[in-house]
Design a protein around this ligand. Structure first.
Ligand code: GAL
Length: 702
């Protein structure tokens, strides 16, 4: 039962009466004496909590010793929640094996690249491929499903927890066996594997699949295609484990939707979530801010946009974020005033129909005791609880927004596999990383106020006017042809350096760089000339190139920016080619923020997406219903008041924004949500475009 199968238009199906936003968090009552539940549930009702995730780490409480099972506390918890009208995302309780299990079967423990066992005492100490763990985990998931499938509080199955989080790659013997099976399926013959892995090099030719190991620590760099395949295998192995548990749950509970919380953000790259998406009914994401990031809200927006892409543009669940500080980064600061609300609304603006937290009540013991919660150590007489109540109230006021969609005309191509491949060793420069350019492009588009969709190389590009490819070292079969078609049909593409270099096997596309995109771009590079740390080269636009340069020849393109110094003096750094109806830009160096912004602005302008003068630090995103009603979210990340010229109805009256007849004033750190009435036209998509353009023009003018 995939998401298509369930045809869930919205998360709201999870709620009784079916409407509005999901609001809640992880509820771990086993950490507290049972009588605390009465207060918990009364406070949940006060805050408007309507869904809680229960039993994620409960195996050792449910089954404290082998075969000694006690569901009593969980039965009572489920009943109490139901009596209060609160629904439950019930976990499979498999997120961490109980100590009796790892003591009895230590062979299920995962192993790192250096052969060190990852011992119990933390969490997630299991190998997803070990048959013994799989047998126990499946049995536990079935047990949970059998017992609670008919419980009226049950709304959603929460399978395991952040699968892969702590062990994205397992190098154990069990993993080695599963890797070989995976390779047999992928290549059929050992000759095909030898060909794909380029094993003629360094005497690596295999004569039997049984000789193959995971890329454990080697004397020098390991075979790159082997590393890449191991990354693919690891993602598939986690997915296979997810499917095992989903099957177990559905055997007994076929009608309840299933999810598993993913980590769709730049901090985690262990799983190719585009491949996972169709296995769950609802996409759920966990997101935590990076304390060291001066603009964490930009990374939040990136994560939310990427989650929307993985959800296939349907609304998704923010399954976890934090009310305030977390506890697992080097420095964990409390959120700033209003930051939790801004974070929550930013996720909603980009398609979340659920706002949930880790966790309901802050722990007094254990590793996460300094992680914030909806009820902090200070209790309800606290700012955090006030903010929790405020958020609950706010989500109730905007019920009608749930189910609406974000529409974008610009897209960024994103591929986990290209990420893995780009960041492999033995490349021209260690400073060329996938995220560096992805973030740089995203940040400038965010600053320009352009809402982007992320698209997978398999996705249809023709619904966009502008496509950015910040970094795509590895190119999927057929992508270059589809990109060319997109440009020929009038689209504008901007391609970043060190893209188009290798095929899916990590073999170089010969004939000059950037192999796959050479023709489309009308350039040809014979050699790379990466810059040394600290080195910079003056460009014709007065800014400096860093990190990357190449000796690029123009075949059929015009130079837009050239090098003005040194060896490459006079050579092109940024080029542009008119192609039939469209344009293809190549950014052949790492530009400064200012220079990249100006290139993107020109390319967007050619694509008919005007950006003009935007308000720095103001985030504006629109969600739209099929009937054309649009909701404009405006989040002020600055410490001064900003005013927008925008006509519509205020949906958050009194919430740090004043909506006048034709403009909105937003207090420092405040949020506005304005309902823009339906525009008359048969073509809703066109309406949304017009609404966005009118809005952008007004914003520019203010
Ligand atoms: C998530 C996890 C939660 C909790 C949270 C703390 O990764 O799913 O159980 O540990 O982090 O930030």
């Amino acid at each position: 039962m995939s998401s298509e199968g369930m045809s869930m238009a919205s998360i709201e199906n999870l709620l009784p009466g079916g409407s509005g936003f999901v609001f809640g968090g992880d509820y771990n009552p086993e950490q507290w004496p049972e009588h605390v539940q009465d207060e918990d549930i009364a406070l949940m009702v006060q805050a408007g909590v309507n869904l809680v995730s229960v039993a994620i780490f409960s195996w050792a409480t449910i089954e404290p010793a082998r075969g000694k099972v006690d569901f009593g506390w969980l039965d009572r918890t489920m009943d109490r929640l139901h009596a209060a009208g609160i629904r439950v995302a019930l976990a499979t309780a498999t997120a961490s094996p109980p100590p009796w299990l790892t003591a009895r079967h230590p062979q299920i423990l995962p192993v790192d690249i250096d052969g060190r066992t990852l011992w119990p005492g933390g969490r997630q100490a299991y190998s997803v491929t070990h048959p013994i763990w799989r047998k126990y985990a499946r049995r536990m998931a079935e047990r949970m499903a059998r017992r609670y499938c008919r419980h009226p509080a049950l709304a959603l199955w929460h399978v395991d927890n952040e699968i892969g989080a702590h062990v994205p790659r397992d190098y154990s013997d069990a993993a080695a066996r599963a890797f070989r099976t995976w390779l047999r399926r992928r290549y059929t013959s050992i000759d095909a594997l030898n060909e794909a892995w380029g094993t003629a090099f360094w005497s690596q030719r295999y004569s039997d699949f049984r000789q193959i190991l995971p890329p454990r620590r080697t004397p020098t760099t390991a075979n790159p295609t082997q590393q890449l395949d191991f990354a693919r295998f690891s993602s598939d192995a986690q997915l296979d484990y997810l499917k095992l548990l989903i099957d177990a749950v559905r055997r007994h509970s076929p009608l309840t939707p299933v999810t598993s919380n993913m980590m769709i953000q730049t901090r985690y790259r262990g799983s190719d979530y585009f491949d996972w998406a169709s296995s769950v009914d609802v996409i759920a994401n966990d997101h935590y801010l990076d304390t060291a990031d001066p603009e964490p809200h930009v990374e939040l927006a990136l994560s939310a946009d990427l989650t929307r892409a993985i959800a296939g543009d349907r609304p998704w669940m923010l399954m976890e974020h934090s009310t305030s500080a977390i506890n697992w980064q080097p420095h964990n600061r409390a959120k700033r005033q209003g930051e939790m609300l801004r974070n929550s609304i930013a996720h909603v603006a980009r398609g979340a129909d659920a706002v949930m937290f880790f966790q309901w009540r802050q722990s007094l013991a254990g590793s996460e005791k300094f992680h914030s919660a909806m009820i902090p150590h200070a209790g309800v007489d606290s700012e955090v609880w006030e903010q929790t109540l405020r958020l609950g109230d706010l989500l109730r006021r905007i019920t009608e927004v749930a189910g609406s969609r974000v529409v974008a005309r610009a897209a960024i191509v994103f591929d986990y596999q290209a990420w893995w491949a780009t960041d492999l060793d033995s490349h021209p420069s260690v400073d060329v990383t996938y995220l560096d350019q992805l973030r740089a492009y995203y940040r400038e588009l965010w600053r320009l106020g352009v809402t982007v969709d992320f698209v997978h190389p398999r996705d249809d590009l023709t619904r966009y006017d502008f496509v950015a490819i910040p970094s795509l070292y590895l190119v999927r079969d057929g992508f270059a042809a589809r990109l060319t078609e997109f440009v020929e049909q009038g689209g504008t593409a901007v391609i970043g350096y060190f893209s188009g270099i290798v095929n899916e096997e990590d073999h170089v596309i010969p004939g000059g760089y950037p192999g796959a995109f050479r023709q489309l771009l009308g350039v040809r590079t014979e050699e790379f000339a990466p810059l040394l740390p600290g080195e910079r080269v003056l460009l014709s636009d007065g800014t400096f190139a860093t990190v990357w340069a190449e000796r690029m020849g123009l075949v059929d393109a015009e130079p837009i920016v050239t090098y003005e110094q040194g060896d490459l003096s006079g050579a092109p750094a940024v080029t542009r080619r008119n192609v039939a109806g469209g344009r293809a830009w190549y950014v052949g160096t790492r530009l400064s923020q200012e220079s990249l912004a100006s290139i993107l602005e020109s390319a967007l302008g050619e694509a008919g997406i005007a950006v003009g003068r935007h308000i720095p630090g103001l985030e504006v995103v629109t969600r739209t219903h099929p009937d054309g009603t649009s909701y404009v979210f405006a989040i002020n990340h600055t410490d001064r008041e900003v005013a927008l010229d925008l006509a519509g109805e205020d949906m958050l009256s009194g919430h740090a924004a004043t909506v006048e007849r034709d403009h909105v004033e937003i207090a420092p750190g405040g949020v506005a949500l304005v309902r823009v009435p339906r525009l008359d036209s048969d073509d809703n998509r066109h309406d949304v475009r017009r609404a966005t353009e009118q809005f952008t023009r007004r914003t520019r003018a203010s």
